[in-house]
Design a protein around this ligand. Structure first.
Ligand code: NAD
Length: 354
């Protein structure tokens, strides 16, 4: 089969890890007789430098017209001025909006051979296999009114936490669908004891739960969820939550795996064009050294094959290859080894299709 994939390597280590992920996809194409047509575009700081815009209309149109999009990372000290006209993160928000993606999926698994790299005690990490779904389009980051003013002689700042029923319903449905292919359990995280938006969230979660009686649903307050992620992460399977809670909980969950460099993500919407990216940033401290861990990006391509291109066997073969090399002791610096970005990818490529 023939697929068009837009690559947005971005800034810092982005191009290094995306380059290796492309080699893995080319290996998949060869072994499974597919053809991937890659088109590379600028996004983030590099796009500001060249075009004066973090995401041009042309690049967005190319992304929308492709089968899926693979992103490295954007940002870095060069573009950090808070008063700048455009910033790399704006491109990311515009890209998510333009692609219509509303759910960010972050699987967090702890490889048994890497438990020592995690700050948690090994016994707490037994069987950890969580899929967090974070809502991407609503909540505090987008609600109006928003801004600063002076009221009654006092400086004031306002953000608005707003959710529509349809925004909650569509991500809840996705969470239940995904739970059916896993342990048939959904944990919906909210703050329904205090927030009106969370009471609507809980109401809709309950409705969707009734439509899916084969999946167990539990409601957990966000403060309890954040504690349980550390005290007993193995009890969680599919976790679904609103934008800001998800932002915080997904970073907390990523710590379990020992290194940011290990974890992939997928952002999905109604269309099959998904956005796939590692969870880490552009890591300016190690950019250009060739030592970044490419596994988060390589596993993101597995998510792309599964969710956008519907190539399950190919996705599983990448995941098995990563599993095998970690078991065999292959390590980049962030997980206690000496392999370069390229060498780690070489090891993974050797195991593909075994
Ligand atoms: P970061 O994720 O870039 O780095 C945090 C730490 O993890 C650093 O020590 C880094 O060296 C290490 N690290 C990250 N990825 C790694 C990998 N693949 N292999 C080995 N080590 C890795 O976060 P930060 O330092 O807070 O942010 C740096 C820049 O990235 C900022 O400009 C930030 O805005 C941006 N950022 C972008 C995204 C994105 O593009 N989605 C996400 C987060 C941060």
């Amino acid at each position: 089969m023939n697929f068009k994939i837009t690559l947005l390597p971005g800034d810092g280590i982005g191009p290094e890890v995306v380059g290796e992920a492309v080699r893995v996809l080319e290996t998949i194409a060869g072994k499974y007789k597919h053809s991937f047509d890659f088109q590379e575009r600028l996004m983030g700081g590099c796009s500001i430098d060249k075009y004066g815009s973090s995401l041009t209309d042309e690049t967005l149109a190319d992304c929308v017209a492709s089968d899926s999009v693979l992103l490295g990372a954007v940002g870095g000290p060069k573009w950090d001025d808070p008063n700048a006209k455009d910033r790399p993160e704006r491109g990311l928000l515009a890209l998510r909006k333009g692609l219509g993606v509303f759910a960010n999926l972050r699987p967090v698994k702890v490889h048994p051979a890497l438990v020592d790299g995690s700050p948690l005690k090994p016994e707490k990490l037994q069987g950890v296999d969580i899929l967090v779904l974070r809502e991407l389009t609503g909540g505090l980051y987008f609600g109006f009114p928003k801004g600063r003013d002076v009221k009654d002689g006092r400086e004031r700042a306002v953000d608005t936490l707003e959710y529509y029923d349809y925004e909650i319903k569509r991500i809840m449905k996705l969470a239940f669908e995904l739970a059916k292919g896993r342990k048939k359990k959904v944990t919906s995280v909210d703050k329904a004891n205090v927030l009106e938006s969370s009471r609507l969230w809980r109401q809709i979660a309950t409705q969707v739960g009734k439509e899916n009686p084969d999946v167990e649903l539990e409601h957990v307050l966000v403060d309890t969820a954040s504690m349980r992620l550390i005290t007993g992460p193995a009890w969680m399977d599919v976790v679904v939550t609103e934008n800001m809670f998800g932002d915080i909980l997904t970073d907390e969950a990523s710590v379990l795996a020992g290194s940011m460099g290990m974890l992939p993500s997928a952002s999905l919407g109604e269309s099959t064009v998904g956005l796939y990216e590692p969870i880490h940033g552009s890591a300016p401290d190690i950019a250009g050294k060739g030592i970044a861990n490419p596994i988060g990006t390589i596993l993101s391509t597995a998510m792309m094959l599964r969710h956008s291109l519907k190539l399950e066997a190919e996705a599983a073969s990448i995941e098995k290859a990563v599993d095998a090399v970690i078991t065999a002791g292959a390590r980049t610096a962030d997980i206690g080894g000496k392999l370069s970005t390229r060498q780690m990818a070489d090891e993974i490529i050797k195991h593909i299709g075994e």
